[in-house]
Design a protein around this ligand. Structure first.
Ligand SMILES: Nc1ncnc2c1ncn2[C@@H]1O[C@H](COP(=O)(O)OP(=O)(O)OP(=O)(O)O)[C@@H](O)[C@H]1O
Ligand SMILES: O=c1ccn([C@@H]2O[C@H](COP(=O)(O)O)[C@@H](O)[C@H]2O)c(=O)[nH]1
Length: 246
């Protein structure tokens, strides 16, 4: 009988911060971060977990920032969505180098570059053990990749959205602004809304709440944290309905 520990999830939607892909660089992608994350994903795929992936674009472009600099917001958002395709291309390449089978889909069709988003095909690929990267967000301006993560997470019937970010979890205030910020181990969706904690934008968050999709926030820069989350360990912050929290 196998003594391999069992993972807590059958299928996950993993959201990785685009900003965290910069590593020590000021802009763009640090290959060291890509390779480390690819290895961590390889380990969980080999343990039998199906992985859908959404990557942010904050290391390259954000529509809001571009609009503040004078650009049309919709054009800026288009650039932001294309930035997530670039991150997706780099990440698929890193997964292939790590011998992980991966497919890249885009909500904005880019013939000859990657596949167009197709729900049924994504489910079939996930079932066959491929990592599926969902890029170009929702395909619409005025949204974020957190909304895309929750949307795709619901569509693929993921057990949870695992949000990899640059801090250890959700705090009572921004830990990058306040040294005395305290981290929560668990939170209900309602508490997040009442305390106005910055976990995700409201559109993403209410989508998760209304579709009973748990969200776990963890630090993607902490080696082993993703594995710990997938094995059901008490890593980061879990957000769910109160009846599902201990
Ligand atoms: N209450 C809070 N708890 C945790 N982090 C917080 C909180 N308030 C603000 N933050 C900030 O939110 C940041 C993480 O945000 P998030 O992961 O959504 O964004 P991102 O890095 O901008 O992602 P992307 O690059 O994909 O757009 C943290 O680095 C932290 O400084
Ligand atoms: O559905 C979406 C998703 C994203 N965008 C634009 O892309 C950037 C990058 O995404 P982040 O979530 O901020 O990392 C975002 O700021 C938007 O400008 C979008 O328009 N629609």
């Amino acid at each position: 009988m196998s003594m391999t520990p069992k993972s807590a999830y059958r299928r996950i939607l993993l959201k990785l911060s685009g900003e965290a892909l910069m590593g020590d660089e000021g802009f763009g992608i640090d290959p060291k971060v890509l390779d480390r994350m690819a290895q961590e994903i390889k380990e969980i795929v080999e343990s039998g977990v199906q992985v859908g992936l959404v990557i942010g674009g904050g290391n390259l472009f954000r529509g809001q920032g571009l609009a503040e600099a004078g650009m049309n917001r919709v054009v800026g958002d288009h650039m932001g969505m294309l930035a997530t395709v670039m991150n997706g291309l780099a990440f698929r390449d890193a997964l292939h180098r790590a011998f992980v089978n991966a497919r890249l889909m885009s909500a904005i069709p880019l013939n000859g570059v990657c596949d167009a988003y197709n729900w049924a095909e994504a489910i079939s690929l996930l079932k066959s053990g491929r990592v599926v990267i969902f890029s170009a967000g929702t395909g619409n301006p005025f949204f974020t990749t957190d909304s895309a993560a929750c949307l795709r997470g619901i569509e693929i019937e993921a057990d949870a959205v695992l949000k990899g970010t640059k801090v250890d979890g959700v705090y009572d205030s921004d830990p990058n602004q306040n040294d005395n910020a305290t981290m929560y181990k668990t939170l209900s969706y309602q508490e997040v809304l009442e305390k106005e904690l910055k976990v995700m934008d409201l559109a993403a968050f209410t989508l998760a709440r209304d579709h009973h999709l748990p969200v776990r926030v963890f630090n993607m820069n902490k080696p082993g944290a993703l594995k710990a989350v997938v094995m059901g360990e008490d890593e980061g912050t879990l957000i769910d309905h109160p009846e599902n929290l201990n």
